[in-house]
Design a protein around this ligand. Structure first.
Ligand SMILES: *Cc1c(COP(=O)(O)O)cnc(C)c1O
Length: 399
């Protein structure tokens, strides 16, 4: 028998995606854990509190019904009852009117939507703009869809909002899409209504489809207004908004979200879905309806939890001598490193001195250099322990 193996070819679209940037740190973490060190990770944004009981009960109930064991109904867009509930939720919480038939698409999470947006709208060689620092999945989606990613810097002095005038004309001429995300992961920055108006003008002038990723729309503090891009005049003419049940209802593992907005873009994404997956398992859509309909109490509850954790971390940041005035969104704190220290150096120092892992800012793009990201999605007692260790490690304020 011929024992030769084939030479497996890895698609270029995959080899273009940058590898995990912190292999060295990851190795150190694994070695420390193996040696029995109690490592606390504040690097990942994934709520630890469970999904509310009523949502789980609904899933269990619906899973018992054989009608639900078949391919999801109402085609690839999601159950009409789920889309109707999304329309009600958007009307109540954001004042946005949506047609469930043409302006709403159920998704297997907002991350999936990023990918389908590119597949549905971008041709090989088209440029897609994204903010830097930014959520790494945008770059991956753009590359997998054959597009060319172009980073638009966002900086603290501009409230982490992009300055459209900085984008070169030749880039704009080839740009067909743009990813934006406020409340922003990783910086925590929030958008404003004035910014939305500018975004609509920019998109129309340059024929750029907007993918506004809004999974933290509910995660805002200190009186910050909850905002949907779709509430802006003209937004539906230029783009879509992605949202998700992951963060407001502690449902990251369930994989359920939605795209809303421009009907043509929704139809294009829906065609991609029709030819890729067959939609979300009906019982999960029923559970989603339950969440949207009756679990806003959970949002209030988790916001209080995150607010208290925010204060806990901010106290420590101040105590170790870092000057930081946080924006009001998301469950992340985007903290400047001590003067002159790189993101990776500070990340390493926190790990070596306190066995605390944070996300190094440069993982989110070149303009993330000089920052670390701390996630508040860890149990209170673990966060408290992490902060105690950090304070002890830096008993004298850093220079
Ligand atoms: C968490 C997160 C997502 C993923 O949401 P899912 O609905 O769970 O896929 C998308 N975008 C950003 C910016 C996120 O932080």
């Amino acid at each position: 028998m011929d024992e030769r193996k084939i030479n497996v070819q890895i698609a270029e679209r995959l080899t273009k995606i940058p590898p995990y940037p912190f292999m060295e740190l990851r190795k150190k973490i694994n070695a420390a854990k193996a040696a029995g060190v109690d490592v606390i990770s504040l690097a990942i944004g994934d709520p630890v509190e469970p999904t509310p009981d009523a949502i789980i009960d609904e899933l269990c109930l619906q899973a018992r019904d054989p009608e639900n064991h078949r391919y999801p109904t109402d085609e690839e867009k999601g159950m009409l009852s789920f889309r109707r509930e999304i329309a009600v939720w958007y009307k109540e919480r954001y004042g946005v009117t949506l047609d469930p038939a043409t302006e709403i698409l159920g998704l297997i999470g907002s991350k999936e939507g990023c990918h389908h947006f590119v597949l549905g709208t971008i041709n090989p060689g088209d440029i897609v703009l994204m903010t830097d620092p930014g959520y790494p999945a945008y770059r991956s989606s753009i590359l997998m869809g054959g597009g060319i990613p172009w980073s638009v810097p966002i900086r603290p002095e501009n409230g982490y909002l992009p300055i459209f005038e900085e984008i070169p004309e030749d880039i704009l001429a080839k740009a067909r899409g743009m990813f934006l995300n406020y409340p922003n992961n990783p910086t925590g920055a929030c958008a404003t209504r004035e910014f939305f108006d500018k975004l609509v003008v920019f998109a129309k002038k340059n024929d750029i489809a907007i993918c506004y990723d809004n999974p933290y729309s509910e995660v805002v503090f200190d009186g910050q207004e909850r905002l949907s891009f779709m509430s802006a005049d003209g937004a539906k003419e230029v783009g879509i908004e992605l949202n998700s049940l992951s963060k407001p209802y502690n449902m990251t593992g369930w994989r359920i979200g939605m795209a809303i907005g421009n009907a043509e873009l929704i139809a294009a994404m829906s065609k991609v879905k029709e030819n890729t997956d067959s939609g979300v398992f009906n019982p999960i859509q029923y559970a989603g309806i339950r969440a949207l309909k009756s679990e806003t109490g959970n949002i209030k509850k988790i916001l209080q939890v995150y607010a208290a954790r925010r204060q806990m971390v901010l106290r420590t940041i101040a105590k170790i001598g870092i000057d930081y005035n946080p924006p009001q969104g998301t469950f992340y704190l985007w903290v400047p490193t001590p003067k002159g220290m790189s993101s990776l150096a500070f990340t390493n120092l926190l790990f070596e001195k306190a066995a605390v892992v944070v996300a190094s800012g440069n993982a989110y793009g070149q303009y993330g250099e000089g920052f670390i990201r701390i996630s508040l999605t860890v149990p209170d007692d673990r966060l408290e322990e992490a902060m105690t260790r950090i304070e002890k490690a830096f008993t004298t304020p850093l220079p």
